[in-house]
Design a protein around this ligand. Structure first.
Ligand code: ZN
Length: 456
């Protein structure tokens, strides 16, 4: 964050910006909470910062703290329109807004994998007018011959090394080197689901989360990451939902971006026996979880993402072996970690870096920092409002959460440009979220090594 006088001089004299709205409050500046006024321009970007701005309606957030809205690189909102699925883009993006997330990365494993330009354009057309927050659409990297055309439309690529919803075992078993090379040639970001099914041992079928951890053991994650690192050319690479401290070390050494999820940080295989605690990759033993959390608190993890995968409560109450994997989390991710900021185990700086700054930087979108030129996606948090998560935090939920009864701090306000879309914890905005694509050239994205160096 540049110093105020320099910004005032620079902006005031050389390029007077049109400020449409001023947000006044406290924000994290140069490592500590300080009073700040943020000038939001007509284009929805931050155009001025100072101690005292004038020339536009001013909103004082009082005791609240202003933070950049978060970027969640990993959600499964399924289909654009409401249907039989527990989630759709209407409900999912509202839950993101309520949880302080201003940009979501929507994964491409819908009923039909999103691996053609036609399917991407179709999803965009159906989704327009439904989005409460911005969305980046992932395309599935499944056929090297299609990658360059897809790169003109998608926001990023996803590669699956193990089968999942919409991705068959044969599709996941294809050689990865040609796909990695094809994506690298486009300069686009690539997220990889790194589990090696050759290490899966699900017979007899797992009956609880402890057995599920044995069925999809740590070795499957380690082996997949080893293969990935051995095959990937230099590129904008990111590994999804890392669960193991050993893999954190491996990826940091290689200078590769990665994410961990709130459930792998906060829940373990002992958290519960029923299928609400069935996720891919599995929840690990508590000693592994505790070490992953320690590494997060020490700044060794660049990105937290939710892997929001909602299922109806009725599906998750099936016997463990039959129930689908995945938990909802887009709405609770930032509130859970805000509670840990209040409790003193996570610094506000670390939260902003891992939920706001680094995820946005990795996809090359100027969000996630309170800085001139950045998108004005801002939230207001009142740290006195610590509360327990209830089964239906927003009324849009599918009726359950793995974090029932856990302490969290939900943002009071969420601003999208000069429009307030969440007020007093309620969604009050219009459906004007946009589809975004990387804005920086890979060379200008500050690269992954510097970003990781920043993180730790
Ligand atoms: Zn996922």
């Amino acid at each position: 964050m540049p110093a105020r006088p320099r910004l005032r001089r620079k902006d005031g004299e050389t390029r007077p910006p049109t400020v449409e709205r001023i947000l006044a409050g406290r924000a994290l500046l140069r490592g500590k909470l300080q009073p700040i006024e943020i000038g939001v321009g007509e284009d929805g970007r931050i155009v001025r910062l100072g101690r005292s701005l004038t020339g536009a309606p001013r909103h004082d957030v009082g005791e609240g703290v202003i933070l950049p809205a978060g970027t969640d690189l990993h959600v499964h909102f399924r289909q654009p329109e409401p249907g039989p699925a527990a989630e759709d883009w209407n409900s999912g993006t509202v839950r993101a807004a309520l949880g302080g997330i201003g940009l979501v990365g929507e994964m491409p494993n819908a009923d039909l994998p999103v691996n053609t330009v036609d399917r991407l354009l179709d999803r965009q057309a159906r989704g327009r007018g439904r989005l409460a927050v911005d969305m980046l659409l992932f395309a599935a990297a499944m056929d090297p011959a299609r990658i360059s055309r897809l790169a003109e439309v998608c926001g990023a690529f996803k590669l699956y090394m193990s089968p999942t919803t919409g991705i068959s075992a044969e599709e996941a078993a294809r050689p990865i080197a040609p796909l990695l090379a094809a994506v690298a040639a486009t300069g686009m970001p690539l997220t990889v689901h790194a589990e090696d099914p050759r290490e899966f041992r699900d017979s007899p079928p797992a009956r609880d989360a402890v057995e599920w951890n044995r069925a999809r053991p740590p070795a499957s994650e380690e082996r997949a990451v080893d293969e990935l690192l051995a095959s990937a050319p230099p590129m904008r690479l990111h590994v999804a939902h890392v669960t193991l401290p050993s893999v954190v070390d491996r990826l940091r050494e290689a200078g590769v971006s990665f994410e961990v999820t709130p459930h792998h940080l906060l829940l373990s295989a002992k958290s519960g026996e029923d299928a609400r605690f069935k996720t891919n990759p599995p929840l690990r033993p508590d000693a592994i979880r505790a070490e992953l959390w320690r590494k997060y608190c020490a700044g060794e993890v660049p990105v937290v993402a939710s892997d929001h995968a909602p299922h109806h409560a009725s599906e998750k109450s099936e016997p463990f072996a039959k129930a689908p994997s995945g938990v909802p989390g887009v709405e609770t991710m930032m509130p859970l970690l805000l509670h840990h900021v209040r409790a003193g185990s996570v610094s506000l700086e670390l939260l902003q870096r891992t939920l706001c700054d680094l995820p946005a930087r990795w996809i090359g979108v100027p969000a996630g920092r309170i800085a001139v030129g950045h998108l004005a996606r801002l939230i207001v948090v009142d740290f006195r409002r610590d509360a327990k998560i209830s089964r239906r935090p927003s009324g849009h939920a599918e009726g359950w959460t793995p974090f029932d009864g856990v302490s969290a701090i939900f943002p009071q306000e969420h601003w999208r440009g000069s429009e307030r879309i969440v007020e007093g914890g309620e969604y009050v905005g219009r459906r004007v979220g946009e589809f975004v694509r990387p804005e920086y050239a890979p060379e200008a994205s500050s690269g992954l090594r510097p970003a990781l160096a920043d993180a730790g």
